[in-house]
Design a protein around this ligand. Structure first.
Ligand SMILES: [Zn+2]
Length: 279
């Protein structure tokens, strides 16, 4: 049985799903048995973070699965690591391709209850490749629109374990929807830029553009300018006004607490990311 060659930007789960479809196996578990020799990989296959299931398939089909390419194109690894310093990113990447078990905090992204797709990408893929596939970029949860077609990304939601326990085909006859909120195109562009930026790119310790922008917007606490600490109430209101109460509540809750303002301060961010301070 041949293993399918990944399409550009194809999600890891999608590649496994196409293997299953081609195999003709009547049950998903039979394909999983073939690929993973009965090992329990159920939560890994749908993961957005590089995981052991990729290594196992690479070991079986080294001429089809390029380990490095799979990490960069079939998982959200580059996106999830976007705020990490260059050295930490590269170490995590090299550790993974060299088989070091890192168990990073970002492993929680291996568990989710959604698969997302764009109906127009689906149509184009069928025209170009003869079949649809799930795209890695669409899985960025905060991304509201397809960055190529600007229509709404659709979601299929199910119980967390179900995606990994079965083959999930993409829905058919799905009309694109172009209605969107005023901030959604810009948010889509920003997230797409993060997704596409070179893997080696990382935050610049010398730059404090964010702190300056916050200061200019009047969001620094009057009480604590020295530590460039944000004013939680003002920051929350600014976010709600620009985005929407629903989106902000989903990500921040009903307010931004004092301790989070402290963590957001430039000084703390630098200590967390670089293990050093400029003061
Ligand atoms: Zn699209």
């Amino acid at each position: 049985m041949q293993f399918p060659t990944p399409y550009p930007g194809e999600l890891w789960y999608s590649i496994i799903a196409r293997y299953h479809k081609r195999s003709g196996n009547p049950f998903w578990y039979m394909s999983i048995q073939e690929l993973f020799d009965g090992r329990n990989t159920s939560t890994l296959i749908t993961g957005f973070y590089p995981n052991e299931s990729i290594i196992m398939v690479h070991d079986k089909f080294p001429n089809v699965i390029d380990l490095r390419k799979a990490v960069l194109e079939s998982t959200l690894f580059p996106y999830l690591m976007r705020f990490y310093p260059k050295e930490k990113k590269i170490k995590a990447y090299e550790d993974f391709v060299n088989g070091v078990d890192t168990k990073p905090r970002l492993y929680r992204y291996t568990k989710h209850d959604k698969l997302r797709y764009c109906p127009l990408c689906r149509q184009e893929d069928i025209e170009k490749y003869g079949e649809p596939y799930w795209h890695t970029v669409h899985q960025i949860e905060l991304m509201p629109l397809c960055p190529i077609h600007r229509c709404r990304i659709r979601e299929i939601t199910t119980h967390k374990s179900l995606f990994s326990g079965r083959y999930t085909p993409m829905p058919e006859d799905d009309e694109p929807v172009f209605d969107c909120a005023h901030y959604e195109p810009a948010l889509t562009d920003t997230l797409f830029a993060y997704y596409r930026m070179p893997f080696e790119a990382s935050p610049n310790i010398e730059s404090d553009n964010l702190a300056r922008a916050m200061e200019n917007a009047g969001l620094i606490s009057d009480m604590n300018i020295q530590y460039t600490k944000y004013d939680g109430a003002k920051l929350y209101k600014a976010l709600v006004d620009f985005y929407s109460p629903e989106l902000i509540e989903q990500y921040f809750g009903t307010d931004i607490k004092m301790q989070y303002c402290y963590l957001l301060s430039l000084y703390k961010v630098m200590v967390l990311a670089f293990g050093e301070s400029r003061r």
